[in-house]
Design a protein around this ligand. Structure first.
Ligand SMILES: [Zn+2]
Length: 75
């Protein structure tokens, strides 16, 4: 049985419009085609930002425990 796209109606989580789109069977998409790129960019940017913030936080927390390169200690 061939997998064919079919029109499905869903509410875009980005613009909150009801849209009907031809989609492959599967999970209902969260965003309409118009918003999908923007939403992905935004969520990826947000994720990267959170990731960087988390990394920075860990860096700060672990700063004192980290072996630091620099002067070799003598004696
Ligand atoms: Zn939308």
């Amino acid at each position: 049985m061939p997998r064919a796209s079919r029109p499905i109606t869903f509410t875009c989580s980005w613009c909150y419009k009801d849209v009907t789109e031809e989609r492959m069977p599967g999970p209902t998409p969260a965003y309409c085609l118009v918003c999908r790129d923007e939403a992905r960019r935004s969520t990826e940017a947000g994720r990267a930002k959170r990731y960087r913030e988390r990394q920075a936080e860990q860096d700060t927390r672990n700063w004192w425990d980290k072996p630091r390169p620099g002067r070799p200690r003598k004696g």
